[in-house]
Design a protein around this ligand. Structure first.
Ligand code: ATR
Length: 277
């Protein structure tokens, strides 16, 4: 039956209307001439397990998973990748021919690839990294920085306990810095990452003092609405190399698209424009 089936993919979350993934994957499908579709799906919590079981029957080859289901899907998958296990969440599911679900997490990959492509001169081993925030996004960033070879990872969070939990889990390379002293850790950092939601439209501003930033530091924000946050604006004015958060979203989508549709897509200017439409 499946010989000429049109491959379907999509993104599951709730709410889902804000997701940029449908424009992004839609752009790749169209520009690569692939006969397939990518659909946003707002699924209620109580329906999640049943929906996942039924999607392959409809012709779905996989889905992305976003808030609030990234952790929950680990328990619904048949196979969980090492990355998803370490990060404790999955963002990319593949439905295999034998009917099983494979859960992976490509956020750490997307984070690093974005920096490699957007800041080619960046050297993660050049000095310590400083991470603001200790939520779900921070877990992927910490794993990415650790695996890429950051010599030290300083982490500061409003709720200190969450940063300490990460330290417990990811070990000696991590050092917890109190939130009131977050500005101080920037003085030694070669890589600085905001993983909090501060600075996002509708959220309070990030109030950490930035005057300690080193001029040759790479500064990046996971917030991409607005694209240029005040945090990035200040860093840029101080001479730092800055990278916005849209690129991580684009790069984390690459492995899923390749697995589902069989072609590895490029992340370029047109891709960015499509995701912003
Ligand atoms: P995500 O999965 O996107 O990281 P999250 O797990 O809710 O979302 O984490 C949000 C991050 O933003 C956390 O580090 C949070 O700090 P707390 O752990 O103290 O909640 C941070 N954050 C959100 N609002 C904040 C605020 N007003 N001041 C300081 N940090 C804030």
């Amino acid at each position: 039956m499946s010989h000429d089936r049109i491959p379907l993919a999509g993104v599951i979350g709730s709410p889902i209307s804000h997701s940029r993934s449908p424009q992004l994957h839609g752009h790749w499908l169209k520009s690569l001439g692939i006969r397939g579709f990518y659909i946003p799906m707002d699924v209620a919590e109580g329906d999640l397990a049943e929906v996942l079981r039924n999607l392959p029957k409809l012709g779905f080859v996989g889905v992305n998973v976003t808030v609030p289901y990234k952790e929950r899907v680990l328990g619904l998958a048949d196979h969980v990748s090492d990355q998803a296990t370490i990060i404790g969440a999955a963002n990319t599911l593949s439905f295999r021919k034998d009917g099983t679900i494979y859960a992976d997490n490509t956020d750490a990959y997307g984070f690093i690839e974005n920096l490699r492509q957007s800041a080619p001169g960046w050297d993660v081993t050049a000095g310590p990294a400083a991470v603001l925030g200790a939520g779900g996004a921070a877990r992927a960033v910490v794993v990415a920085l650790r695996d890429a070879g950051a010599p030290e990872i300083m982490i500061s969070n409003r709720t200190r306990l969450r940063a300490e939990a990460l330290q417990q889990e990811f070990g000696r390379k991590l050092r917890v810095v109190d939130w009131v002293q977050a500005g101080n850790m920037l003085e030694h950092a070669a890589t600085v990452v905001n993983t909090t939601s501060l600075g996002m439209v509708g959220k309070p501003a990030l109030r950490v003092p930035l005057d300690g930033l080193q001029k040759d530091a790479l500064v990046t924000d996971l917030v991409y609405a607005p694209l240029k946050t005040r945090f990035l604006e200040v860093a840029e004015a101080m001479g730092c190399v800055t990278v916005d958060g849209l690129g991580m979203l684009l790069h984390q989508a690459v492995p899923g698209f390749e697995r589902w549709f069989g072609t590895r897509p490029e992340v370029d200017v047109a891709t960015r424009a499509a995701a912003l439409r």
